[in-house]
Write a protein that binds this ligand. Sequence first.
Ligand code: SF4
Length: 68
Amino acid sequence: MPKPVVNFDRCKKAKNCVAVCPMNVFDWDDEKGPIVARPDDCIGCKACENGCPEKAIEVIDDDKEEQS
Ligand code: SF4
């Protein structure tokens, strides 16, 4: 399943991810920034990754990483 991973060292809290995600995967925390609250809802569209001006989000597919 795809899911977004936030690099908080890069995040400048533009909040684009929250705005562009069609699946409402992110919650927002005024101090921390984006919270991946509903990763199971992610459809892997990469709108968040492509919409982040700081390239702070990477959408990974953990099927590929956790093959047994
Ligand atoms: S890849 Fe698409 S569905 Fe998944 S969190 Fe990013 S914007 Fe939302």
